[in-house]
Write a protein that binds this ligand. Sequence first.
Ligand code: ATP
Length: 235
Amino acid sequence: MLEVEDLVTSYGAVRALDAVSLSTKDGAITAVLGANGAGKTTLLRTIGGLVAPDSGRVRFDGTDVTGWPADRLTRNGLVHVPETGGVITEMTVEENLRLGALWRRDRADRAAALREVLELFPPLAERRNKLAATLSGGERQMLAIGRALMSRPRLLLLDEPSLGLAPLITLRILQVIEDLRAATGLTVLLVEQNARSALSVADHGFVLSLGKVVATDRAEDLLADDQLRHAYLGF
Ligand code: ATP
């Protein structure tokens, strides 16, 4: 599904990704973990077409998509939900959702996608005509994910969906991701600082430190590795 090979991304003199390689399987949830500044956001931004890498390759379903802009990736099934979600607070919930499918030509298809997303997130259905500014943090995160789902992606890049949320709300959001994967076979690359919650839903994990992959394993094996947890995952 996704193959990242020797990706190097810099901001001026700061090398944020230092030859990162990783891959995900179809229909798997893969967690990218690591401390602040490890390079997790940069990795998603580079895969998602928001930052150009210095070198390396990103392949999606066998196609080399390195350097493709975000809108082209979206149209081809790879959607990035950024850290802050990018919800437009001056617009209603429904208007925000519709933005996610503006590029789709088929009206009936857009309407079906809207119905599906509203079914998936009942709090959004209840607040459909309310301004996004009135939503709680958890609901805004649902809206950001819902908008991404409007384009029916095959691969979702999710950056810190738990940021600023209470643990219970975080679990609920991760549960929806897990249900979606089970129902639709969606593949997810999930960036989290909250390693414990991320590994509770992920199949595999990669641990980044200072721009390098320092560990990769099945989620349960990462959770069971005390030394690794203490050194890199903070719990
Ligand atoms: P966080 O959880 O804090 O978002 P992260 O693991 O996502 O951390 P990145 O945000 O990718 O890490 O940052 C990786 C490195 O790149 C850090 O050293 C950071 O200071 C640097 N960096 C990130 N964004 C920029 C930028 N726009 N300009 C300069 N340096 C940056």
